[in-house]
Design a protein around this ligand. Structure first.
Ligand code: SF4
Length: 143
């Protein structure tokens, strides 16, 4: 029998581009090697190794933050939005937010996009959670 989840009927989300998830408390945004190369090239860096905004982490890199916790690339909007990492693309459908309905409601207090826009199906949500688990393993990060 299929496991039941509080999101079996789907969850609504549409990013409002408010930047709340890119600023504030320190966090970890992780990129794999291919994402790091693409971002470094976009930023005209000679190589990934010389990119000051990338810090080796797990099987890839963490994106450096400003001292106030803001993502390195956040300046009144994301400077690399078209190339934003997979971790950002699947936000807020992270395992840490989907462990329970209460966790999702807590995430909604920070993210005004939760509850808006299109309905993501149970299957789409589970796919994102599986991806988040894989990213966390590769980043040596436990959520
Ligand atoms: S907090 Fe939510 S609505 Fe705001 S930028 Fe992040 S994902 Fe979009």
């Amino acid at each position: 029998m299929n496991q039941r989840y509080f999101f079996d009927n789907g969850l609504r989300f549409a990013c409002q581009r408010c930047g709340a998830c890119c600023t504030g408390d320190p966090g970890l945004v992780w990129v794999d090697g291919a994402e790091a190369v693409a971002i470094a090239e976009f930023m005209n860096c000679a190589s990934v190794a010389s990119a000051e905004f990338l810090l080796p982490r797990g099987e890839g890199f963490a994106i450096r933050e400003h001292p106030d916790g803001r993502c390195w690339f956040y300046e009144e909007g994301c400077r690399i939005y078209a190339l934003r990492p997979m971790q950002c693309r699947i936000y807020p459908f992270w395992l840490v937010h989907l462990r329970s309905e209460q966790s999702w409601q807590e995430a909604a207090r920070q993210c005004p996009g939760i509850g808006q826009g299109r309905l993501y199906s149970r299957q789409e949500i589970l796919e994102r959670v599986a991806l988040d688990r894989r990213l966390c393993r590769m980043a040596d990060f436990t959520s």
